[in-house]
Design a protein around this ligand. Structure first.
Ligand code: HEM
Ligand SMILES: [Ca+2]
Length: 746
């Protein structure tokens, strides 16, 4: 049933690294005493519940008490299957007790009622049933790992880190179906992508699917090796995220000279296609970690174990004025590992990792079906007076999904619940909804006998190809430079590419979603366009005329003080949240990522001089105790830009790696040739004519002129052209999709 490591295995392993252990033991002892304000409530739970729930594990006599002594290894038996099973059973009990406790806390009045409405919506975002089930299972496995660690480490010279290294080498597979069994997926030979991303990779059908754990390129730095928030090398707390935000990311938004607001908007849109890190919620509602109106931290006995609030100091330059001392923050949901093994926590991606239009079409079958009109291959849309084109449909229960002042305000339904974050994001969703229906109508005219299903799938395939083309042909080279595309061999090909590899995991890298890509929060301009009185076309015109902010460590107060404030006077700090989120996910340090990205690992702050300016090095040295402590989100943001890119070396490398995997690991990538689902050469040539400007021209009523490069501001080098000028803004002719009448069922 189990692949159980033997005591001998463990002893050999421990003995091999004995000298290292002695040093680590000291660190381990330090860790044990420095949990402080950021610890999860593990101690509380184990203290109170363990002896009641798990008498076997609570006893002080260890079943494997002599395991780590380095003599007479031959006499030792294997770690008993009973121990592992007992850890699993208790892990389940403990995590269920923790979730019951979470529900009770909300029911007893510790809820988010006093937050602004939009903040409340943010923290109460519901999990679908299957996502919740997987998240619950991962809690059980994490708790079981922790119990095993406690048991094995309690009476011996072993630290959390060495325990994890041991697990890594001797993975304890849990093949007890009642606890966890690896997904078994049967794939058909479909010509189209599945909605949930399964079966894209035929060798690893689970890769890139909705609900998959994020992939890692660096070992995590949880302080207990498993799930506890990271600490500084010294064992003390890492610097406060809000302090880092105010000291290093000044509120001084500088306009980008070249990039439009649309460039920022596309970035957020493709982010939402690639990943979604949902937060833990209870069955009774969102988790509150602060005293009602942020005036302080809840005492630990009232805090949910998933709380990771951000403390704010009394002299904070903004919140100090309002007496705010605590910003709510809750841990991301976690996923079981692909093989169900015990080990450190992995966070869950609750959308498909592929760049596959999941934000438009949904990542699960139920949502996908709800979004379809079931006629002519179209998506559901609503009509408005005075406009020939459709708009996004509304959710059934608007008040539950949106922050509304009155019920006539919109609250949209799309493939992604984050659509309502800003009006300009909803605008982009609308453009793509219209594009789908426009394409479906043309295909239907060309092939009147095609079924709704065939039209939907073909239109979806074309729209996804357009999204991929715009991203890889226009957006990536503009933001990260042509060199980067060449270096990673993902430059647009003349026609087909043949680079698909079923050995490349298309999953989203944890350090990309919880670190590197979030740096682009700095290009959010200070006026987030929120003008419901403007017409749709006005918003589109505005978005290609307005500038994005410069990509630098200066960010607008709109997101560093006022996020989700709605009618309140203060909101959240997205920069502090990005830093705290990186810690929540146990992301390796900036220094570790430097090394992965080919730079020399810094031993002193001064070693950063090649990438970071002296004044920023000085600021970092004042805030962090040790160069190894620097968070990825902070160190990466301080680096000078790589030539031709809006990112510094380390972020650039992580982002490049991600877009490489997103392309090479996607069997359905639009220009893959010689596959049963590949576009014909005529079709692909047409797809490659598309552009952001064309997408705007084809899906608005009254936008007649657009600059050719819509992600760049208008200039003499990038002038506006008429939408009717098909030479300057080429048009995608779909006649290549006309099939002979007998060709109905391919
Ligand atoms: C108006 C603009 C934007 C707003 C208001 C916004 C807001 C947010 C919020 C509230 C989160 C969740 C934070 C957390 O709980 O940890 C988030 C996550 C994220 N944002 Fe943004 N964002 C914006 C634009 C962008 C842009 C332009 C990019 C990149 C090009 C970006 C990349 C990300 C990434 C990678 C995540 C993590 C994925 C997720 O779970 O959503 N965001 N953003
Ligand atoms: Ca996706």
């Amino acid at each position: 049933m189990y692949k159980i490591p033997t005591a001998m295995d463990m002893k050999k392993f421990i003995c091999k690294y004995k000298s290292v252990f002695k040093v680590l033991v000291l660190l381990c002892l330090l860790f044990a005493n420095t949990n402080g304000c950021l610890s999860s409530d593990w101690d509380f739970l184990t203290g109170d519940l363990l002896s009641a729930l798990c008498p076997l594990l609570a006893t002080t006599t260890s079943l494997v008490s002599d395991l780590f002594k380095c003599h007479s290894i031959e006499e030792e038996g294997p770690i008993s299957p009973e121990l592992v099973e007992e850890c699993l059973r208790c892990g389940r009990e403990l995590s269920r007790a923790a979730s019951r406790r979470g529900n009770e806390l909300v029911k007893s009045g510790i809820n988010l009622e006093t937050s602004s409405l939009s903040m409340l919506h943010f923290f109460t975002s519901k999990l679908t049933e299957d996502v919740k089930k997987a998240a619950d299972l991962s809690h059980e496995l994490i708790a079981a790992t922790k119990l095993l660690q406690n048991k094995l480490c309690s009476s011996c010279d072993v630290t959390p880190n060495t325990f994890m290294a041991f697990l890594e080498h001797q993975v304890i597979k849990v093949h007890v179906p009642s606890f966890c069994s690896p997904l078994s997926i049967t794939c058909s030979n479909s010509k189209y992508r599945s909605i949930d991303g399964t079966c894209n990779n035929q060798k690893h059908p689970q890769w890139g699917r909705r609900g998959a754990p994020f992939t890692r390129i660096a070992t995590p730095r949880y302080s207990d090796g498993i799930y506890a928030m990271p600490l500084a090398r010294s064992g003390r707390q890492l610097p406060n995220p809000r302090m880092l935000s105010t000291r290093l990311f000044a509120d001084r938004p500088i306009s980008s000279r070249v990039l439009t607001y649309m460039n920022m908007q596309w970035g957020q849109f493709i982010t939402h296609d690639l990943l979604f890190q949902q937060m833990e919620v209870t069955d009774e509602g969102g988790i509150q970690c602060c005293l009602g109106n942020g005036q302080g931290m809840l005492p630990s006995e009232w805090q949910n174990d998933k709380c990771i609030p951000i403390c704010v100091s009394d002299d904070d330059p903004f919140y100090g004025y309002y007496g705010v001392k605590c910003l709510n923050m809750v841990r991301s949901i976690t996923a079981p590992r692909e093989d169900c093994s015990l080990g450190h926590a992995e966070q869950m991606n609750s959308v498909t990792s592929f760049l596959d239009g999941s934000a438009i079409y949904g990542s699960d079958k139920k949502t996908a079906s709800k979004l379809r009109s079931k006629c002519g291959g179209r998506l559901r849309q609503v009509k408005k007076k005075g406009s020939l084109r459709g708009f996004l449909p509304s959710v059934d229960d608007k008040a539950a999904a949106c922050d509304l002042r009155n019920s006539s305000e919109p609250c949209y339904l799309t493939g992604d619940v984050r659509v309502n974050q800003t009006p300009t994001l909803a605008m982009l969703h609308t453009l793509l909804l219209r594009e789908h229906n426009r394409v479906a109508d043309i295909l239907s005219n060309l092939n009147p006998l095609w079924s709704d299903e065939k039209l939907y799938q073909e239109a979806r395939k074309i729209v996804i190809a357009e999204i991929q083309h715009i991203t890889y042909q226009e957006w990536l080279p503009l933001n990260f430079g042509e060199n980067y595309l060449r270096y990673y061999r993902i430059s647009p090909s003349n026609l087909y590419s043949r680079d698909y590899s079923e050995d490349v995991n298309p999953g989203v890298i944890n350090g990309f979603g919880a670190g590197a890509f979030r740096f682009l929060h700095s290009i959010v301009p200070d006026t987030i366009m929120a003008c419901p009185s403007k017409s749709f076309d006005d918003i589109v015109r505005g978005i290609v005329a307005h500038h994005a902010a410069e990509s630098d460590p200066f960010v607008t107060g709109e997101i560093s003080n006022l996020l989700f404030k709605s009618h309140n006077r203060w909101g959240l700090d997205l920069i502090a949240m990005d830093i705290q989120r990186g810690r929540d996910h146990g992301l390796a340090s900036y220094n570790d990522y430097r090394e992965i990205c080919g730079l020399r690992k810094a031993r002193t702050f001064q070693d950063l001089a090649g990438e970071i300016s002296q004044d920023r090095i000085n600021a970092l040295a004042q805030l962090y105790e040790c160069v190894d402590d620097i968070d990825l989100a902070v160190g990466g943001a301080m680096e000078r830009d790589v030539q031709g890119s809006i990112l510094g070396h380390t972020f650039h490398c992580i982002v490049a790696e991600q877009f490489y995997r997103t392309r090479i690991g996607d069997r359905f990538f639009y220009d893959n040739g010689e596959m049963p689902h590949s576009f014909t050469p005529d079709q692909l040539r047409e797809i490659k004519k598309t552009s952001m400007a064309r997408l705007i021209c084809d899906n608005t009523d009254g936008v007649y002129y657009v600059q050719k490069k819509a992600f760049e501001v208008e200039s003499t080098y990038n002038p506006k052209y008429s939408c009717d000028d098909y030479n300057s803004i080429p048009y995608v002719d779909l006649t290549a999709w006309k099939k002979p009448a007998f060709d109905l069922f391919d």
